[in-house]
Design a protein around this ligand. Structure first.
Ligand SMILES: [Cu+2]
Length: 71
């Protein structure tokens, strides 16, 4: 559990010609970060978590989200 971090989520699709979409998150309980990201297009997405730890160290984690459906 990592408390007191700043987490920004960047959503990207694999094809060219589409910019990233960002979401700020907030820590809703100790070590749990919540935000809303607009999956503006169906298909495969990659989420990049830009994490700044309480000491200032920055880390990144990547999560693949495949097969987002049409709204
Ligand atoms: Cu797209």
């Amino acid at each position: 559990v990592v408390k007191g971090a700043q987490v920004v989520v960047e959503g990207n699709m694999s094809h060219p010609g589409m910019g990233p979409t960002f979401s700020q998150t907030r820590e809703v309980s100790a070590g749990v970060y919540q935000g809303t990201l607009d999956f503006s297009m169906p298909g495969d997405w990659v989420l990049l978590m830009h994490i700044t730890l309480p000491g200032g160290l920055k880390v990144e984690r990547q999560v693949k989200v495949r097969g987002v459906l049409e709204k």
